[in-house]
Design a protein. Structure first.
Length: 110
């Protein structure tokens, strides 16, 4: 994995279910993983291996969904030898889901 998030960055994230009373538009997205037309936007972490967030696979906005994402599977994923990348904190600061164009487009929010 390129630019794997640091332990300190992961520790700043809310734990699973801590934000369940916050609307999807208002959820804070802490991490953005991407590879070959696929994007994972992460809002919560269990502290071990399980993220909760939004996945858009192969640019398929119609089938994109909120759900659970395995950190270990993201680490192992590669396409033609290219590994998943995690956008650096200085380029992807924590932001609300409603401010991310791809999430808005696939949810029909804009």
């Amino acid at each position: 994995m390129w630019n794997e998030p640091s332990k300190a960055r992961l520790e700043k994230m809310p734990r699973l279910y801590e934000t369940e009373n916050i609307s999807l538009k208002e959820k804070l997205v802490h991490l953005h993983f991407f590879i070959a037309g696929c994007d994972w936007y992460v809002c919560e972490f269990d502290g071990h291996d399980l993220f909760w967030g939004y996945a858009i696979l192969n640019g398929d906005y119609e089938m994109a969904e909120w759900g659970y994402i395995s950190f270990s599977e993201l680490r192992e994923l590669s396409v033609c030898g290219i590994e998943v990348d995690c956008e650096l904190e200085e380029y992807f600061p924590v932001k609300k889901a409603q401010s991310i164009d791809k999430i808005c487009e696939s949810n029909g929010w804009k």
